[in-house]
Design a protein around this ligand. Structure first.
Ligand code: UT7
Length: 329
């Protein structure tokens, strides 16, 4: 019997219906389809447009479908972690709203705010509850409604981000398949390059913060770009080394989808074959906490039991890291 691991027993992605194309963005800001495609790799992104709908409504659909697909009753779930930077409200958390909307009544829940690395931080945290033997069924949701914090007159950010994400069901596994290791980091010095200036305790909302458009994503793209490639490559190399692997052992690299040039840069620096890199940024843009589960969901039918996966991300904070797992079904 191998060590008890937390393994993914089901994955469910979801994006809202409305598709915001590059052609539509060309009419909204001074940009071109060619610039967006070549500089970011994004062709379109999905946006939640319905009034009164929020991040927890996206999460609700994912979790309901995940429960149905895995034959799990809501009452069986013991913990739900929602990774997001666009919670419905400043407080309370969005995880408890999802539980309420889905009818999960026997769980505790909380949010993790680690920006684009959120899903990795959530997955790693959840796996410890399973490994310790205290919990047997946990859901981790990675979801963001980035359109709620994007300034659609700012061409530097509005072209990148989209709404959506995915949810996984974690259960104990003693066959050697599951989440094996994670290398995770933070560096608060990075927060000056990617943040939302107002709305928190530092700059509570005021007429001034609204006039200055401080309730939107601010990004100084170049330093983030550079740090992202280095952070992902370093943690991939570290995890490969300490688990006595080679890159040839890896069946799939699942990178956060922030920019096609970042993904290609990581693959090139590692000399890792492009065919084994999951890429869907062209369809969804950067959904922040949502990109990695959205990839896993789209590739689910191609994944085989025992496949070695590296999940790697970099985001606001800065936060970054890589998780190594063996696919369990
Ligand atoms: O997911 C969380 C972590 N985030 C990331 O990893 C994002 C990292 N950063 C990036 O992906 C890139 O830096 C961006 C996509 C955000 C920007 O790409 P860039 O190649 O760094 O462009 P830039 O900001 O240096 O701008 C280059 C030029 C500028 O014009 P000048 O100064 O050369 O005349 C911009 O004004 O492109 C201009 N530009 C645009 N032109 C057309 C910026 N945005 C646009 C636009 N359309 N949408």
């Amino acid at each position: 019997m191998a060590k008890l691991l937390a393994s993914i027993k089901g994955i469910q992605g979801y994006v809202p219906d409305y598709i915001l194309t590059n052609a539509e963005l060309e009419k909204m800001v001074d940009t071109t389809d060619d610039w967006i495609t070549t500089r970011t790799g994004v062709n379109e992104r999905h946006i939640l447009k319905e009034p009164g709908m929020a991040t927890s409504d996206l999460g609700k659909v994912m979790v309901e479908r995940l429960l149905e697909k895995t034959g799990t009753a809501p009452e069986e779930i013991e913990l739900l972690i929602c990774c997001t930077v666009t919670g419905d409200m400043r407080f309370p958390d969005t995880a408890s709203a999802i539980c309420y909307k889905v009818g999960i009544k026997n769980a505790f829940s909380y949010d993790i705010n680690a920006a684009c690395s959120g899903f990795l931080f959530g997955l790693t945290t959840a796996s410890k509850f399973i490994e310790s033997g205290t919990h047997k069924k946990i859901i981790v949701v990675g979801v963001d409604m980035m359109s709620s914090i994007i300034d659609y007159t700012d061409r530097a950010t509005c072209i990148i981000f989209g709404d959506g994400g995915g949810a996984v069901l974690l259960e104990p596994d003693d066959s050697g398949n599951g989440i094996i290791d994670s290398v995770l980091h933070v560096d608060g010095a990075g927060r000056e390059f990617l943040h939302m200036k107002a709305g928190g305790s530092l700059r509570p909302p005021s007429h001034e913060t609204i006039d200055r458009k401080e309730h939107y994503v601010y990004q100084d793209g170049k330093p983030v770009f550079k740090a992202a490639i280095n952070g992902m490559v370093d943690t991939i190399q570290e995890i490969i080394k300490r688990n006595h692997l080679t890159l040839d052992d890896i069946n799939w690299l699942v990178p956060h989808q922030a920019n096609i040039r970042i993904i290609n840069g990581v693959a090139e620096m590692l000399d890792f074959p492009k065919e084994k890199v999951m890429i869907n940024i062209q369809k969804y843009g950067n959904t922040t906490s949502g990109t990695i589960p959205l990839c896993l969901w789209e590739w689910e039918s191609k994944l085989k039991k025992g496949d070695n996966l590296l999940l790697s991300a970099f985001g606001g904070g800065f936060t970054w890291g890589t998780s190594y797992l063996k696919w369990a079904y």
